[in-house]
Design a protein around this ligand. Structure first.
Ligand code: PSU
Ligand code: MN
Length: 306
């Protein structure tokens, strides 16, 4: 994999990676296609701050003018957040945006690939992609799940939004051999809320034990990622009925518009956020900060084991 040739890693991050220091990768589709400006920038800066406060180093990953950036400077983040011509980049889009020297927000799948190549093992996001509702007709399954099946990175998230089909997503992850670990929970969280009606595969109650599980997995040669599901804090969770109404309406609109492919998720994210009147955005920011804190703890613990 020659990804490294196309990649820039700032000295601070490279130095830390070299000594197994705590580096936390962050995705950028959430900035380019997951939230409106200026909240996307505020959120990105806030999440980086949370990571830094623990002493760990954040590395927001994106493609800028055809270069994979492992870590954006404040100026780069500002420009990226305001950028209009930014492509949503999943794994298969990397060759196109890089060869055309374009700007791209990396999804969970593409961020995992880049993080792994850079030597980063812990990645924090809000929600991963999954199997879409109605997939029996559309076959719409996020490339995030494929990437999780073969790229060695632990992904900390608040579960998945119920814009997706949560039970089928969990089935798919099981088939692909991806551990789904609930951090201090027996139930898989549904992003805005702590419950989904689905169980996690295994519950683990400390960052230390999660790091141990990662080490065992990879030392056994069991390649692939892990999903670390961290429920949103009770005080930030939303009422399920409010969210579900917005989701049903957004799904209906998406189908009426005939949306397919990579346009589906950004459309649903934007509509749900509009229909819940900004409340969802607050929850989104809170859960990301909560995930960043856990991710930093896991990064410390994992680094100490190497
Ligand atoms: N789910 C969210 N917020 C997001 C995404 C998903 O709650 O921002 C983004 C992530 O970048 C994820 C991508 O990797 O959408 C999945 O897109 P698709 O379904 O097209 O694979
Ligand atoms: Mn899709």
């Amino acid at each position: 994999m020659k990804l490294g040739k196309w990649m820039d890693i700032p000295e601070e991050i490279q130095d830390s990676i070299n000594v197994n220091g705590p580096v936390v990768a962050l995705e950028s589709t959430i900035i380019s296609h997951g939230m409106p400006f200026p909240q996307n920038l505020e959120t990105a800066l806030e999440v980086e701050k949370v990571v830094r406060k623990t002493g760990a180093i954040p590395a927001t990953i994106a493609v800028i003018e055809g270069r994979i950036k492992i870590g954006l400077s404040k100026i780069e983040l500002e420009q990226f957040a305001e950028g209009i011509k930014t492509i949503k980049v999943s794994s298969r889009d990397l060759p196109f945006v890089i060869s055309q020297k374009l700007n791209g927000g990396t999804t969970v799948a593409a961020t995992m690939k880049c993080a792994r190549k850079a030597g980063i093992s812990v990645f924090v996001t809000g929600g991963i992609g999954g199997v879409h509702r109605g997939s029996e007709k559309t076959m719409d399954i996020s490339a995030d799940l494929m990437e999780l099946s073969h790229t060695n990175v632990a992904v900390v998230c608040a579960g998945i939004k119920s814009i997706l089909d949560i039970p089928r997503t969990l089935e798919y992850l099981e088939t692909q051999g991806v551990p789904v670990i609930g951090y201090r929970t027996d139930e898989f969280p549904a992003f805005y809320s702590r419950t989904s009606g689905c169980s996690v595969q295994s519950r683990i109650n400390s960052a230390e034990e999660i790091a141990n599980c990662m080490k065992v997995k990879w030392e056994l040669g069991l390649d692939g990622g892990l999903v670390i599901a961290n429920p949103v804090l009770r005080e930030n969770a939303m009422e399920q009925i409010v969210v579900e109404e917005a989701i049903i309406r957004s799904l209906k609109e998406a189908s009426e518009k005939g949306l397919i492919g990579k346009a589906v998720t950004p459309f649903l994210l934007e509509r749900v956020s509009q229909l819940t009147d900004g409340e969802s955005l607050k929850t989104n920011i809170a859960l990301l900060c909560n995930n960043a804190l856990l991710g930093a703890k896991i990064a410390y613990a994992y680094g100490n084991k190497l």
